[in-house]
Design a protein around this ligand. Structure first.
Ligand SMILES: Cc1cc2nc3c(=O)[nH]c(=O)nc-3n(C[C@H](O)[C@H](O)[C@H](O)COP(=O)(O)OP(=O)(O)OC[C@H]3O[C@@H](n4cnc5c(N)ncnc54)[C@H](O)[C@@H]3O)c2cc1C
Length: 436
């Protein structure tokens, strides 16, 4: 199944309760304006809750679960969309019900919006909605870009919000035959509980592997590459995968015990793992000073950047920007260790020679790989990557699969130019170092 089909399936499951609701709707009940508003109010409740539960299910972060969806970053885009839609629908839910009640009387409408204190079912719904507004507000960037660690803490309110929404639903739900109602919501609720249980309890105990930092190499003044030796079971991964890395060094100035996603820069057949970390904020800046001997936890692998990293010989164009070179260096190291040829044209975009990273090793690897051509593009000297530049270094762009990993504007630019050169979207693959 393609990633697109897998995402469509998620939306279909999210919409299934609404479709069942519509199939059981009594046509006579929607003949009047208040009947139609009431049905619309209940429908938004059903759709909003099912999307909220699906969003919770998708947050599981089980290694491998993200592969059919084209990787965790894509899966979480769908998770975010489901969350956003569920908030919009659940905000509409009481408004539509109150409008329907207004046909009867204003006091009935007011009682829908402000239930009496004894109406625990009504208040559990409101409590769920208020918690949703609090934990989703940072995702909508209402108050500017959120700080990741704070965003993560606030996001934990999702658990109580889902629980309260379920209480509200089990108490008040009307519209489906009772057995179907129970079966549907219980199944979705159990899956959501299993997902959250894995994420916050079991993955911490059994999903994180023990490693020790064995070597720290300064790649540039703001990039280090850490080598990690396994303390027990070794992580199995493919080139292009990323992991959540937790550094447990008490001397670190920031980010102690925090998990951060980093792409593995090592070849999958090396015993140790390697990650190259660029100083981009508090934790990654502190990671520049990490010492050998530091204990680390590694969770993963996640992501599916290269569709089939072991298949060689297919014509490919790789475009890396800055620290976005990490998945490519992992694959080059892998190809080189296996002594394989590769029909790859690689463009590495850096701002100027002073900010080059890994270029000496990239040149060495490229020279060893038959069929591989490497081009370094300097932004300050040559300006943004242009169609002319691409044509020049990669004249057969149209027949290649394209892999892009870099800052968002670079990703967008290359996608545009590849599309203009006739490369179908199915052959353009991107990775972004951004999860929010
Ligand atoms: C799939 C993926 C692969 C990545 N691979 C690499 C890599 O190979 N090398 C590299 O240097 N960087 C990589 N990054 C980026 C790296 O995760 C962030 O630079 C780092 O987490 C920033 O943390 P900070 O506290 O230093 O910065 P902050 O200033 O706190 O954060 C800067 C931004 O980084 C993101 N971020 C921060 N903390 C986290 C977190 N715990 N989880 C997810 N995102 C977070 C947020 O979008 C935030 O806005 C990758 C990111 C992703 C999503």
């Amino acid at each position: 199944m393609s990633a697109r089909a897998a995402h469509r399936l998620v939306w279909l499951v999210a919409l299934l309760p609404s479709l069942i609701f519509l199939a059981h709707l009594d046509a006579a009940a929607v003949n009047s304006a208040s009947g139609a508003l009431n049905a619309a109010g209940r429908l938004t409740g059903v759709a909003g809750l099912s999307m909220l539960l699906l969003a919770a299910i998708l947050s599981a972060r089980v290694p491998g679960f993200d592969r059919p969806f084209g990787g965790l970053t894509r899966l979480w885009r769908t998770h975010h969309l489901l969350g956003a839609w569920s908030l919009i629908l659940l905000l509409l839910h009481p408004v539509l019900l109150a409008l329907a009640a207004a046909e009867v009387s204003i006091s009935a409408a007011a009682a829908t919006l402000l239930p009496p204190p004894s109406d625990l079912a009504g208040w559990s719904g409101w409590a769920a909605l208020i918690l949703m507004m609090i934990f989703l507000a940072p995702s909508f960037s209402f108050f500017g870009p959120p700080r990741y660690e704070r965003w993560k803490k606030v996001h934990r309110l999702a658990g109580p919000a889902v629980a309260l929404a379920l209480v509200h639903d089990f108490w008040l739900s009307r519209g489906l035959p009772q057995w179907l109602d129970l079966a549907l919501w219980s199944t979705l609720a159990l899956l959501a509980l299993a997902a959250v249980g894995w994420r916050f309890v079991f993955s911490r105990r059994i999903g994180r592997l023990a490693y020790t930092v064995s070597d720290v190499t300064a790649i540039a003044n703001n990039v280090v590459e850490l080598s990690l030796e396994p303390g027990g079971r070794k992580l199995r991964h493919e080139a292009g995968n990323f992991v959540y890395l937790t550094l447990e060094d008490d001397a670190l100035e920031a980010g102690r015990g925090e998990e951060h996603p980093y792409t593995l820069s090592s070849s999958p057949d090396e015993k140790r793992l390697r990650v190259a970390i660029k100083s981009l904020g508090d934790a990654s800046r502190a990671a520049q000073t990490v010492r050998p001997g530091t204990k680390a936890r590694v969770e993963g692998p996640y992501g599916r950047f290269f569709l089939s990293p072991d298949r060689v010989g297919e014509p490919e164009l790789w475009v890396a920007g800055g620290i976005g070179v990490t998945p490519f260096i992992a694959r080059m190291r892998h190809l080189s260790r296996r002594g394989e040829a590769a029909d790859v044209c690689m463009i590495f975009c850096v701002q100027d020679p002073a900010r080059e990273i890994f270029t000496t090793e990239l040149h060495e690897l490229a020279a060893r790989l038959e069929g591989f051509s490497l081009h370094i593009h300097y932004f300050y000297r040559e300006g943004p990557l242009s169609g002319g530049y691409l044509d020049n270094v990669c004249p057969d762009l149209g027949r290649r699969s394209i892999y892009i990993c870099g800052p968002q504007p670079l990703n967008a630019l290359v996608q545009q130019q590849a599309a203009a050169a006739g490369v179908p979207a199915s052959r353009i693959h991107t990775e972004e170092f951004e999860l929010l």
